[in-house]
Design a protein around this ligand. Sequence first.
Ligand SMILES: Cc1cc2nc3c(=O)[nH]c(=O)nc-3n(C[C@H](O)[C@H](O)[C@H](O)COP(=O)(O)O)c2cc1C
Length: 315
Amino acid sequence: MTFSLGPIPIKTPFILAPMAGCTDLPFRLLCREYGAGLCYSEMIACHGLVSQQQDCLELLLTTAAEQPVIMQLYGCDPGMMGEAAAILAELPIAGIDINMGCPMEKIVQTGAGAALMKNPRLAEKIITAVCKNSTKPVTVKIRSGWNQHTITAPEIAKIAEGAGAHAIAIHARTWTDGFTGPIDLKVILQVMQSISIPVIANGDITTHEQAQAMLKKTGCAGVMIGRAALGKPWIFSGSVNQHPSMAYRVKALLRHLELAEIHLAPEPNLSKIRNHAWKYFRGTTTGPAIRKQIDATTTYPELRSFIHTLAERVL
Ligand SMILES: Cc1cc2nc3c(=O)[nH]c(=O)nc-3n(C[C@H](O)[C@H](O)[C@H](O)COP(=O)(O)O)c2cc1C
């Protein structure tokens, strides 16, 4: 065990980041199978959840096999965030996360996501409302700050701890940085010094070794991996060759398809599944050609049969 979230032990420190459009139930299950200690859902709009919009309700799909999972909420209205938290708390999940890192214009314009990094008072109201309405542990996913002149992460982390949060995940970049440039290790350490709840470090981990190094370098409780897990769920495993053979990649993708067939309606989710599928071949010599063929498929059976043909060639 590495740390616990309230009463829930997290068995390995490698954590799947929330990624809209990507971290659905099949992918989370796959990452768990490869050893992720905890997985985060895609972000869920609090107003959509409270008004029971179908697209939000679909994001609530979970199974016992994927536990522990955390479902993430976003919004800017403390009352609505509290109501949404009460709904999530009824589900068989490990906890609820508050999104304070999303940089998208349509989200920050409303005052939600990363905009909360420059509004500590509203952030406090939201965290308080979510914690009060949740019987499950609450985590908060923050950025370093809004920009290099307003590094608010240590302050917001302290506020979150005071309001009842059980852990902080920090993507060590500001809103202005977006998703590029070096992460700020210093701010991760500052956040760790400012609170006593577990801190999960996030940003630009591209290999399992880097994740291990981050744990060693900072002493953080967990390392959250986002983009590098896409098409590479074995990144969570310490015992898998991190540059696997073609056969290994195809097998992993076949398992992903199997999970998608069990838990999703594959046809309406074709573009989502295609978008996962080609990533299994990133960095291989035949990767670009395979991607073209995957992108050219227009139905799920066509995609499936292409991957099976590929499997016959390499397995
Ligand atoms: C496609 C995509 C979707 C994302 N969606 C979310 C989201 O729903 N909630 C969130 O807090 N962060 C989201 N993020 C940010 C990631 O959780 C993570 O903080 C960021 O990608 C940095 O980690 P990485 O360098 O390991 O990818 C998203 C990132 C990507 C690339």
